[in-house]
Design a protein around this ligand. Sequence first.
Ligand code: TXA
Ligand code: MG
Length: 333
Amino acid sequence: MQRAAGPIVTIDEGVALLLAGEVVAFPTETVYGLGANALSDEAVSRVFEIKGRPAGNPLIVHVSSEGMARALCDVWTPQAQAVVERFWPGPVTIVLPKSGMVPERVTAGGATVAIRCPDHPVGRALIERFGGPVVAPSANPSGTTSPTAPAHVVSSFGGRVAVIDGGLCERGIESTVLDLTGPEPVVLRPGAVDRVELSWVLGSEPVLVSGGGVGGAGAARSPGVVGRHYAPKARVVVFEGSEWPDVVSRVHALHPGSMALITHRTDRFVPPPHVTYFLQNDAGAYARDLYAGFRSADAHGASALLIERPPEGVAWEGVWDRIRRAASGDEPG
Ligand code: TXA
Ligand code: MG
């Protein structure tokens, strides 16, 4: 088979880059990650630099086994064990007290570490063959939309970052971040696994503290959930079904030019030159395609992106969180 041109590399080439202290972007089931050796202060610094990430925002450490995770933690609780047994490999990140093995740069000086085992054969093979933990924030410049395809990584970083091609990400939004360090488990970032699913092993639904937006309770505990993340370039306006169709002319008057619409309802439509992007009325399928919708609005050069508020319910919390952040006027953190 012919090798793809440009920055696309094989798993073994990716391993060699990690061993050399370099970064490599790799697929997970949620989004593409920008990987580096988690135990090398220098390699981790490179990730912060390339991504333009504030040093105060800690990274998730990716592992290929429970054993690898345990070595990174000072304590391993029965709850951690239960969550890992049920959801790993998969999109649940657990936060636990860190061991001395984890460099401070990874945790932004904090005493806790966030860990997950990705459910993607290519991503896991990379970590396994490398033989150690790999830090990986989403492989996008800080504050922009996370990549769900290799081409998204290439379009952000060009030849600066090598990418292992693992196709499209099945989940499409980032992992659920579950803090297990307090008296009660807390969801710091809703994600691909919802709180009802977590209650299957935790006994009750964990509280969600990331919902408050800037300055909310989640802000202090999970620095990366502050402000305008996951953001397209177009001005994002979220509307309720009852505002249709008046919202179209209202937004058009405020933001002249072409407009994009994201909706889960097949009876909504904006005529050309505007563009309509339908997402399925199913939380998992909607999540999978949401970031592609953001990108399609930008590719279209839309000055405004109208997003119809998705259905209520715990299953939609991850999706709703990403939309709310994209719509917030705050600068990227
Ligand atoms: O699905 C995902 O989680 C993707 C893929 C690549 O695995 N990764 C990802 O990483 O979304 P990133 O860096 O974009 O987001 C990590 C989130 C941030 O909100 C960060 O603040 C939080 O996890 N986080 C990391 N370490 C933490 C810690 N020790 N305590 C609390 N929150 C933490
Ligand atoms: Mg990110």
